[in-house]
Design a protein around this ligand. Structure first.
Ligand SMILES: CC(C)(COP(=O)(O)OP(=O)(O)OC[C@H]1O[C@@H](n2cnc3c(N)ncnc32)[C@H](O)[C@@H]1OP(=O)(O)O)[C@@H](O)C(=O)NCCC(=O)NCCS
Length: 205
């Protein structure tokens, strides 16, 4: 959704809803000036936890950060800077954590539900060697269900869907639903876009 479309949408909202949206975006704008790489029209709801050292965070316009989101972006100095890039029009759900030691790149229009964890690092190593850090890329229009985890080195293709509770350890092809631990491909999906409406109630037999 572009800022102009958003303003049109607000016309149908109550004064309270308009005021609270204004507050969210005002907060987001200040946060983006203080903590992000560039200024943006971001909606910040509730508490936002940012841990940043040797790293940069950028968040695109009209992205919604729900309460308790944690962005941990910690490089190891010098050229090894860390980056978190979140595109335009995304939604990052309550208490979701994103940990970058090098790069977590989330495309435009991605929706990440609550209590998810996305990390390009392990923080420790299984053999006492150096910690492995491998970039994570999440494509445009990806939908990640609640309590899912995406681990280091994974690329999730455009329009893919990650089912609730999945643990993604391998790449996911575009427009594919994956589920389970470790996540496996279940079926092809048509792709999901923010703002696509409708609730279908079906009773499976
Ligand atoms: C991703 C999701 C929407 C897919 O729904 P769907 O297209 O109706 O898929 P289906 O229910 O037909 O499931 C297809 C198969 O995947 C399996 N599956 C679905 N979700 C699963 C899950 N979370 N974990 C493990 N397996 C799962 C089903 O058992 C089914 O297996 P089968 O073919 O052997 O019977 C749904 O599984 C899901 O995770 N919903 C939660 C979404 C969410 O977290 N929303 C938060 C707000 S953003």
């Amino acid at each position: 959704m572009r800022p102009a479309e958003f303003l049109t949408k607000l016309r149908h909202r109550s004064p309270f809803q308009v005021a609270s949206a204004a507050l969210r975006f005002a907060r987001g704008y200040v946060v983006s000036c203080l903590s992000f790489e560039r200024r943006a029209l971001v909606s910040v709801r509730g508490r936002l936890r940012i841990m940043r050292r040797d790293g940069t965070i950028s968040v695109g316009d009209m992205t919604d950060l729900w309460p308790g989101v944690k962005l941990s972006c910690r490089g190891s100095g010098g050229v090894d800077r860390a980056r978190i890039r979140i595109g335009r029009n995304c939604s990052i759900g309550d208490r979701t954590e994103i940990h970058a030691g090098r790069l977590v790149d989330i495309g435009h229009g991605a929706i990440i539900a609550w209590d998810c964890v996305i990390m390009d690092r392990d923080y420790h190593s299984t053999d006492n060697g150096p910690e492995l850090v491998r970039p994570v890329t999440i494509g445009n229009g990806v939908w990640i269900g609640c309590r899912a985890m995406v681990l280091k080195g994974v690329t999730i293709g455009e329009g893919a869907v990650v089912a609730a509770g999945a643990v993604v350890t391998k790449d996911v092809a575009p427009f594919t639903l994956v589920a389970g631990n470790p996540a496996r491909a279940v079926k092809r999906v048509a792709g999901w876009r923010k703002g696509r409406p409708s609730l279908t109630i079906s009773r499976k037999t």
